[in-house]
Design a binder for this molecule. Structure first.
Ligand SMILES: Nc1nc2c(c(=O)[nH]1)N[C@H]1C(S)=C(S)[C@@H](COP(=O)(O)O)O[C@H]1N2
Ligand SMILES: [Mo]
Length: 200
């Protein structure tokens, strides 16, 4: 039996290409560091904490055993390129929500990455049906430069919110700016509203 496949609303919506964007063939690799450190996968732990009833701490093997989906989604970078129909596979964020049980007042999500990158987003976008923690891209283990071992993919926001090398998810009452958000980028980042910079 095939895995459940979700076609993201980013693919099916009528105004598919967000304003100010153009199509390219493949995502350009962007990193805030020159060399991303190698991960010792035996020591890797994926953690969820903050405004939740059930904090999580999982090994990579345990992450791979969680219920999973395939998501086909477009990918929109704030530098104005967009890529059609990337195939991701991993754990739907809705599954993380089921396990960790965020409380009523968990309105924001803050994401921690192995090399020090962080980003923030509203809970509402984290919880979308096409958001996932991906460990495969086009059917193969996600390449290191695209986020191995685990990548938060949030197709309905600009790509800087799709954090690579994720190790931690914190549910929060209050918003807090991540790496690019501290440097002027938008706290939400909805491409169809052209929320590029804070104030847009
Ligand atoms: N951990 C981490 N995640 C990150 C980044 C980063 O520097 N570090 N860059 C972001 C930006 S600005 C973009 S456009 C996308 C690019 O994804 P790609 O490198 O897979 O093409 O990753 C996002 N996720
Ligand atoms: Mo970006």
């Amino acid at each position: 039996m095939g895995k459940r496949r979700i076609v993201s609303p980013t693919v099916t919506r009528k105004d598919r290409l967000p304003p100010g964007q153009h199509w390219i063939q493949y995502p350009i690799v962007y990193d805030i560091v020159e060399r991303v450190p190698d991960v010792d996968i035996k020591k890797y732990r994926f953690k969820v904490w903050g405004e939740v009833e059930n904090p999580l701490e999982l090994t990579y093997e345990e992450v791979l055993r969680l219920p999973s989906v395939e998501v086909v989604a477009d990918f929109h970078c704030v530098t104005r390129w967009s890529v059609r129909e990337i195939l991701w596979e991993g754990v739907p964020t809705q599954e993380i929500i089921k396990l960790a049980k965020p409380k009523e007042d968990a309105k924001y999500v803050f994401v921690y990455c192995l090399e020090g990158y962080t980003t923030n987003l509203p809970y509402e976008f984290f919880a979308k049906e096409d958001s996932l923690l991906a460990y495969k891209m086009f059917g193969e283990p996600i390449p290191k430069e695209h986020g191995y071992p685990l990548r938060l993919v949030v197709p309905q926001l600009y790509a800087w919110k799709s954090a690579k090398y994720v190790w931690g998810i914190e549910f929060r009452k209050e918003d807090r700016p991540g790496y690019w958000e501290e440097r002027g980028y938008h706290m939400v980042g909805d491409p169809w509203k052209e929320q590029r910079f804070w104030g847009d």
